[in-house]
Design a binder for this molecule. Structure first.
Ligand SMILES: Cc1ncc(COP(=O)(O)O)c(C=O)c1O
Length: 481
C-alpha cells in the first residue's frame, strides 16, 4: 500500500504488480530529461568534491545544471488556435472577478473581505440530502449495490421525480427530461446541438455562458469594442424602462432565443403575460426558446416557474435548469434539460432525438451518487429542508434591498431571485465595483460583465452567511451615507 501511494504521489498511475517493471510508461521526453538531470547531478557532485573553495564557480554550475536538466525551452506545436477562441473577450467574467478579489486580498492582507460577487451558495446542504449520497456511495462497495454506467439521460426515478414534482402542472413527461452535471454544461451541449449556422438572441444583460458558448461554437462575428457587442447576436435590452422585457415589436427574428427567468443578473422574473408574448413571438417566427429556469425555486409571486406553463410552449421551447441554486449543489453538480417531444426542426425531425445523441456522445450520464442526492432534494422532507435554506437567502436579499435603498440608490430584483441589481446612474459599473471593493472590502459584480445593458449597475448576491450580509450592510451604509 505504501509503495502504491508513493507511485501515485509521483504522478504515475500504476498497479502494484507493475511497480517492479522498468519505466515503460514514461514518455521519451521525460526519460531524456530525467537522464540529463542525473548526468547533471553527477557533474555537480564532482565539482563539489574538486573545487570546494570556488564558490562562484559552484554557483554558476548550479545554474547550468538547472537549465540543462529541466527543459523550460519554449516550444510551439504546429496546431492553429481555434479562431473562435480568439474572438472571446477577456477571460470568463467570474474568474476575472476572482482574480481582482485575490489582488485585493494581497494588497490588504488584514481586511475582512466579504464576497457577494460570484453567485455561489454558502449554506450547508441539509443532512437528509447528503446522507442519501453517503448511502449510495457505500452501496457501491457492495456487490448488491454496485452500479456502473447508467442511463445517459439519468436515473428513471430522478427523471420521474423532476417531471412529476416540478413539471406535473405543465405536462412534461419523464422521457423528456435529461439529467445532467449542471445547467452551464447543458447550455454548451445545446449550442453544440444547434451548431454554428444558427442565429441567436440574448437578453441584455444576461448570464455570460449563452454568448460565450455561442462564440466558441462559431455562431458570431467579431467583438466590437465600441458597442461591446458581438456581430450576429441580437441583444435584447431589458431594464426598468421596459419592465425588464424586450420590445418584441422591434426585435428581429433569430433561430434561437436565450431567455432566463428569474434573470441573472437583474433578479427579475417574467410575468405570465410577458412569457405568453415570448412564446407567441417564437411561434410566429419559427424560433426555439432556450429557457433557463435555474432560479425558479426562488419565485415568490405568481410568475410562471417554467416556460411550459405557457400554452404552445412545448412546440417552441427547451428548458435548462439546475440543482445548484436551490439545493446548494454548485459544487456537487446536478442539473437537467427538458426537450419536449413536440419540438421539431424545420424539416420535421424531432429535436429530442438529436439531443439524445449529443448526450450519449458528449456526456454519458450524471454521477449516480449525486443523482441519489437529487432524488432526496425532491422528497417531501428534503424539499422542506431546502425551503428553509432558500428562505434565509431571501431574507438576505431583503436586507440588501433595504441597505442600498436607504442610501438613496434605486434597487431592482431580490424578490424572485437571490440577486439585487443596484443602479448607479451615469457611473461606469467597473468603477463602482472597484470603489466598493477598495472602500468597503466587499466583492460585487460589475453590470457590464453581463452585457452592455448592465452599464451603470452592479449585481450583489444574497448568497452569503447572515453575519456577513449584516456586516456588508453596515459598511455600505457607512460608505454611502
Ligand atoms: C442563469 C444561470 N444558468 C445556469 C447557471 C449554471 O448553473 P450550474 O451550476 O447548474 O452549471 C448559472 C450559474 O450561476 C446561472 O446563473
Amino acid at each position: 500500500m505504501k509503495m502504491y501511494q508513493t507511485q501515485l504521489s509521483s504522478g504515475i498511475w500504476k498497479c502494484p504488480t507493475m511497480l517492479t517493471r522498468p519505466r515503460t510508461v514514461l514518455s521519451h521526453n521525460y526519460k531524456v530529461d530525467h537522464e540529463k538531470r542525473e548526468l547533471g547531478m553527477l557533474f555537480m557532485i564532482s565539482i563539489h568534491i574538486c573545487t570546494p573553495f570556488i564558490y562562484n564557480l559552484k554557483l554558476l554550475m548550479v545554474m547550468l545544471v538547472c537549465g540543462f536538466g529541466s527543459s523550460i525551452v519554449a516550444y510551439n506545436t504546429k496546431v492553429p488556435r481555434n479562431l473562435n477562441m480568439e474572438k472571446l473577450r477577456n477571460g470568463y467574467l467570474f474568474p476575472e472577478i476572482w482574480r481582482r478579489e485575490e489582488g485585493h486580498r494581497e494588497k490588504y492582507p488584514d481586511a475582512k473581505v466579504i464576497t457577494l460577487g460570484i453567485g455561489d451558495t454558502t449554506e450547508p446542504i441539509p443532512q437528509i440530502i447528503t446522507s442519501s449520497m453517503v448511502q449510495q456511495a457505500w452501496a457501491l462497495s457492495t456487490h448488491e449495490g454496485y452500479r456502473g454506467y447508467g442511463d445517459e439521460r439519468g436515473d428513471k426515478a430522478l427523471r420521474k421525480a423532476i417531471a412529476d414534482k416540478l413539471y406535473g402542472h405543465a405536462g412534461v413527461k419523464d422521457g423528456e427530461v435529461f439529467v445532467s452535471d449542471g445547467a452551464q454544461c447543458d447550455i454548451s451541449r445545446l449550442q453544440l446541438l444547434m451548431g454554428s449556422n444558427v442565429t441567436m438572441a440574448v437578453q441584455d444583460p444576461s448570464f455570460p455562458a449563452y454568448i460565450d458558448s455561442g462564440v466558441i461554437i462559431g455562431q458570431t462575428g467579431e467583438f466590437h469594442e465600441e458597442t461591446r457587442k458581438y456581430k450576429n447576436i441580437e441583444y435584447l435590452k431589458c431594464g426598468p424602462e421596459n419592465d425588464f422585457f424586450p420590445d418584441l415589436s422591434t426585435t428581429p427574428r433569430t433561430d434561437i432565443i436565450f431567455f432566463c427567468s428569474p434573470n441573472n443578473p437583474t433578479g427579475y422574473a417574467a410575468s405570465r403575460e410577458q412569457l405568453q408574448q415570448l412564446v407567441e413571438f417564437a411561434r410566429e417566427n419559427g424560433s426555439i426558446i432556450v429557457y433557463d429556469s435555474a432560479y425558479a425555486a426562488y419565485i415568490s409571486d405568481d410568475s410562471p416557474r417554467t416556460i411550459f406553463e405557457i400554452p404552445g410552449a412545448k412546440q417552441v421551447a427547451i428548458e435548462v435548469s439546475s440543482f445548484s441554486k436551490f439545493a446548494g449543489f454548485t459544487g456537487v453538480r446536478l442539473g437537467w434539460t427538458v426537450v419536449p417531444e413536440e419540438l421539431q426542426y424545420g424539416n420535421g425531425f424531432p429535436v429530442i432525438k438529436d439531443y439524445n445523441r449529443i448526450v450519449c456522445t458528449c456526456f454519458n450520464g450524471a454521477s449516480n451518487i449525486v443523482q441519489a442526492g437529487g432524488l432526496a432534494c425532491l422528497s417531501e422532507e428534503g424539499y422542506m429542508a431546502l425551503c428553509s435554506v432558500m428562505e434565509s437567502y431571501r431574507e438576505n436579499a431583503k436586507i440588501l434591498i433595504d441597505t442600498f435603498s436607504s442610501v438613496g440608490l434605486k434597487v431592482y430584483g431580490g424578490k424572485n431571485a437571490p440577486y439585487v441589481w443596484v443602479h448607479f446612474p451615469g457611473s461606469s459599473s467597473w468603477d463602482v465595483f472597484a470603489e466598493i471593493l477598495e472602500k468597503t472590502h466587499i466583492v460585487t459584480v460589475p453590470g457590464t460583465g453581463f452585457g452592455p445593458g448592465g452599464e451603470g449597475y452592479i449585481r450583489v448576491s444574497a448568497f452569503g452567511r447572515r453575519e456577513h450580509i449584516l456586516e456588508a450592510s453596515r459598511r455600505v451604509r457607512t460608505h454611502f451615507k
